[in-house]
Design a protein. Structure first.
Length: 112
């Protein structure tokens, strides 16, 4: 199956859940593409959540694992530019054309 995972949040727990789902789907032999949109381009926000475990969320590790296993993570160039974040280390800068491609070519699209 072809899956599109669209992440529109910078909440570390939700971001980790999205990436764990993407990694799990890869293990199931699905073709998965991840698109970071809006606040999702702020993926560096992966620290502790107040009132919870002292262990930080492992967002970056999940991203690296996903990429190492052949996954592709795209980040909205306009959203990066708006936030003045520069060139991301783990993502490719993309456009609305890439988002359209993910949505139209995927069998299923999941948003977080």
């Amino acid at each position: 199956m072809r899956l599109g995972v669209i992440v529109y949040t910078n909440d570390p727990e939700t971001m980790q859940n999205a990436l764990e789902f993407a990694n799990y789907s890869q293990l199931k032999k699905d073709i998965v593409r991840v698109y970071l949109l809006g606040k999702g381009v702020e993926y560096q926000v992966h620290g502790k959540m107040e009132g919870y475990s002292t262990q930080p969320f492992k967002t970056i590790e999940h991203m690296k694992k996903f990429i190492d296993n052949g996954g592709e993570i795209l980040a909205s160039g306009k959203c990066l530019e708006f936030r003045e974040l520069g060139v991301p280390e783990l993502c490719k800068i993309s456009s609305i054309d890439d988002l359209y491609s993910i949505v139209t070519e995927s069998d299923r699209v999941v948003t977080f």
